[in-house]
Every structure is written in C-alpha cells, then in structure tokens.
Design a protein around this ligand. Structure first.
Ligand SMILES: [Zn+2]
Length: 275
C-alpha cells in the first residue's frame, strides 16, 4: 500500500522520484529519474499533498528506499532541464529490483486512476489507509488492484524451440515466446493448451511450471511454462501472430532481454537443451 507523506518526510526524502503524467515518467536531460531533493523539483510544488511513498516489497537486509510517487494525471507540465519519457523506456534500463518496484508503482497508479468511482453505484471512492484498495463512500463496495493472469510458454522439439512475432511487437526483428490471457473459469493449464492451439495450431504436452512475473502493461501476471511439442503443423492466427518458426537452439533470432520472463524462459530452455 502507499502512504501519504508528511511535510517533513517530503523535505528529507533522498531517492528516486517516480512522477507519472499520462503513461509517461519524468526524467532529467540525461534520461535519468529525478534523484534530487523535493526543493529542486519546484515546478511540482503545488502537488506536494499528492506525493505518496511506496515501501519496498522485498524484505532483504538492504532493501531499496521507499519510492516517492506523484501522479499528475493528464496535466501537461514542462520545466527546463526535465523531459517526459515512456515507462517502457525507464524499465529497459532498470536493474531487476528497480524493474519490480517501478512496475509495481505504475500498477498502483493505474489502479487509482481507473477506480475513482464505484463500479456498483457510481459514487466516489476513497483510498483505504491500511491496504491497497479503494472503498465506495456510499455503498462500501471495496475494490482491489486488478491482476490479470497470462500464460507464457517456451515450446521445444528436439533441439528446436518455437518462437513467434506478435502483431503488437514493436521490434520487427525480435522473436519471442507465445503468451495469452487466462479466461474466466479456466485453469492455467487449460489456458496454456488453448492459447498455443489458437495462436499456432499445434498441440503440446509435458508442461512444466517455470516461474512468474508481474508485468505492468497494465496489470498482468505472467505465469511461465516450458512445454514439449506433441503434434500438428504451425498454422498461425494472423490476428495475433505475424510469423512463427521452429528455431534451432544454435541459431536463434533476436530475443527479448532477461528482464522479461520471456527472455529468461528462452535462455533457460536453450541451456537445458544444450546439455
Ligand atoms: Zn458504491
């Protein structure tokens, strides 16, 4: 959950600031997140009572500092020496811990923006102080941040893996694993078999859970699997996939970075198949 900051805490804070505007983040001229005092961010001063602190998720011996977060919504604000960049851009350069923290912050901000009114009666909601939720003032209906599970799978066949280019992919050179949302009432395994069959027309077997990763665009939880090819020929669904192939593990195309579960799935299945 996020806490409102006291005046004193705001003035003493030293650490990264995440200032959101639409789906962009404030950075300095070099493209780095603000890491200075509140005093130096004078163009934001009339938002002082909206700054919130997000404590770190990891309870490690040296946890990262709480993140100070400010959402100015759709306001257009420009100041010399500062610019706006996409969240994706910030995440690309982040360390693994930063990635987790920044993407969690964005999911909370996205939740608060899209739950200002009650879905049951339409009255205004307000933030609950002790957990990440909003509650309706009128009918008490309480809402929590949405988490949308998606399966993501690396499929192998002998020394080959199946990789595809999705319709929404920005980089036309990059090939990745298949992924898709779990539908209401479906198990993860059912979603896995259905998505693979829908997207590329093949059957899989021997699925194995790998790991999961929250993915903040805008609130997915990617659940990763390895699976072995069973039967069928590749037959792509053109609404979702541009191209899909079996790639030899010694001759792979450009693949996603390891910050994403897709990148780790591919590297780990390749490492295993090479043994
Ligand atoms: Zn209500």
């Amino acid at each position: 959950m996020m806490n409102k900051l006291t005046r004193e805490a705001l003035l003493n804070y030293r650490g990264p600031w995440l200032v959101f505007c639409r789906d962009q983040v404030l950075v300095d001229e070099k493209g780095a997140l603000p890491d200075s005092s509140w005093a130096s961010l004078h163009f934001l001063h009339h938002y002082a009572d909206q700054v919130q602190a997000l404590p770190p998720l990891e309870q490690t011996a040296s946890p990262p500092p709480a993140l100070n977060i400010l959402d100015i919504g759709s306001e257009r604000l420009n100041a010399p020496g500062w610019q706006w960049t996409s969240l994706r851009h910030i995440l690309t350069g982040a360390t693994a811990i930063e990635f987790k923290e920044y993407s969690r912050a964005w999911q909370y901000i996205h939740f608060l923006r899209t739950h200002q009114f009650c879905g049951q009666c339409g009255a205004r909601t307000e933030k609950i102080g002790w957990e990440m939720a909003v509650q309706c003032r009128q009918c008490q209906h309480r809402t929590y941040p949405r988490v949308s599970p998606s399966i993501i799978v690396a499929i192998y066949r002998g020394e080959e893996i199946l990789l595809a280019r999705g319709v929404g992919h920005r980089d036309p050179q990059m090939y990745s694993t298949l992924a898709g949302f779990v539908e209401s009432g479906e198990t993860l395994e059912q979603a896995l078999h259905r998505e693979v069959y829908e997207e590329v027309g093949i059957k899989i077997k021997n699925e194995e859970y790998y790991e999961s990763q929250p993915w903040p665009f805008p609130h997915s939880l990617m659940v990763g699997y390895f699976a072995e090819y069973d039967s069928g020929e590749i037959n792509i669904d053109k609404r979702e996939i541009v191209d899909a192939h079996w790639f030899n593990i010694h001759d792979l195309p450009k693949i996603p970075p390891t910050l994403s579960i897709a990148g780790r799935l591919i590297r780990d299945i390749v490492a295993r198949l090479k043994k």
